[in-house]
Design a protein around this ligand. Structure first.
Ligand code: KG4
Ligand code: ZN
Length: 360
């Protein structure tokens, strides 16, 4: 069967075709992403109204390209899957209405997909190197809007066991990165700046682990708060880490001193990564050594990937990290989760609506 996945929850208009062959393998046939980053960069972040208008402009063309590259027509499709929650409401409505029109005009079944489940589902697409686990497993979604830990009972039944109480991890990278002079979204450049910093600060082991072993977080005056809450929950708070970093940058500026950007990037990344490590480790203490699937834009962070690999080795669990191409928002992950929703019989009709809220 051929599944069309459509994504428009934030600042990427994306469409993809996923084939499920007779052997039950998931084969990506196309994956078109039209990023609006260049538009939003002017404002230092996503402007919802502009995002909706940009989705309207490109959703038809992105879908046409996805079908063309996959060599299928709408008549070949067995399913249309669309992100319906959570996200920017105006942006979501564009994809949902487009998907409804396409599905009902061509008499194709329609399913609605939760954006966070879709991120996790990216691990199951055939091209992903590591074998994906079968539920139950733990899901970690780290993106511009989310920092959540899930107990995945089955492919459509997720239980949130930890989440940020304020800012998301990606949002914090972006905000602090902006003050360090990095272009929006700052994640990838922040990653590189940190790598350079580790190479200078802890050359014998240039990593989060090396930084920790050298106790640099305590010695160089860059002590920042951990985002892992120490209250017995698996929750996070990134606003403290973000605000302390912002204050530190302002402190240097007010004194007329140059901000030590690399050191600050290392101190921030150290706390962000260790905070995630701490809560995932605690989740495994609580729920057992379950396989771990990591997803979302921040899953591209090389330091987080390395540290979670160390945790997986220590715990002797399987770890699924999406390839970098599937970390950010894309249509393939929506098609993949769409397949699971279809298998569970979760079909939609013309009443399907979008929701800014997370409807797990
Ligand atoms: O999942 P995503 O593409 O969109 C949302 O649903 O939010 O995630 C985007 C986020 C941005 O905050 C971006 O800065 C961050 O992912 N990001 C990274 C890296 N690459 C992207 N954060 C840290 N390190 C990276 N290498
Ligand atoms: Zn996302």
């Amino acid at each position: 069967m051929y599944i069309l996945g459509i994504e428009s929850s934030c600042d990427e208009t994306a469409a993809a075709v996923l084939q499920v062959n007779e052997a039950g393998e998931f084969i990506p046939l196309s994956n078109i992403v039209n990023s609006q980053i260049a538009i939003h960069r002017l404002y230092g972040g996503v402007v919802p109204e502009i995002a909706s208008r940009a989705h309207i402009k490109s959703v038809s063309e992105v879908t046409r390209l996805a079908l063309e590259e996959a060599h299928v027509t709408p008549h070949d499709l067995s399913l249309v899957a669309v992100t319906s929650n959570p996200g920017l409401i105006g942006a979501l409505l564009v994809g949902v209405n487009f998907a409804k029109s396409l599905a009902f005009a061509h008499h194709i079944p329609l399913v609605a997909v939760n954006h966070m489940k879709a991120h996790i589902a990216a691990a199951f697409v055939h091209s992903v190197a590591a074998p994906a686990p079968t539920p139950p497993f733990l899901g970690l979604a780290v993106s511009g809007g989310h920092t959540s830990l899930y107990y995945v009972h089955d492919f459509t039944h997720y239980e949130e066991i930890g989440a940020t109480r304020d800012d998301a991890i990606g949002e914090s990278f972006d905000k602090v990165g902006r003050l360090l002079g990095l272009p929006y979204p700052a994640g990838a450049a922040f990653d590189g700046l940190t790598a350079k910093g580790f190479a200078t600060l802890c050359p014998s082991e240039p990593s989060v682990r090396g930084y920790k072993k050298a106790k640099l977080n305590r010695q160089n005056g860059m002590k920042l708060p951990s985002p892992a809450l120490c209250d017995g929950t698996l929750d996070f708070s990134f606003s403290g880490l973000k605000t302390a970093s912002v204050n530190l940058i302002h402190h240097y500026e007010q004194k007329g001193e140059e901000v030590p950007k690399e050191e600050l990037a290392c101190a921030f990344t150290y706390e962000a990564v260790e905070g995630v490590y701490t809560q995932v480790n605690a989740a495994m203490d609580q729920y057992g050594n379950l396989p771990l699937v990591v997803a979302g834009g921040v899953a591209a962070n090389s330091h987080l990937r390395q540290r979670l690999s160390e945790l997986a080795t220590k715990r002797n669990i399987s770890l699924s990290l999406p390839p970098l191409s599937l970390c950010g928002d894309n249509g393939l992950m929506v098609a993949m989760q769409g397949y699971f929703e279809w298998q569970a019989g979760h079909l939609e009709d013309t009443h399907l609506n979008a929701s800014a809220m997370d409807l797990l």
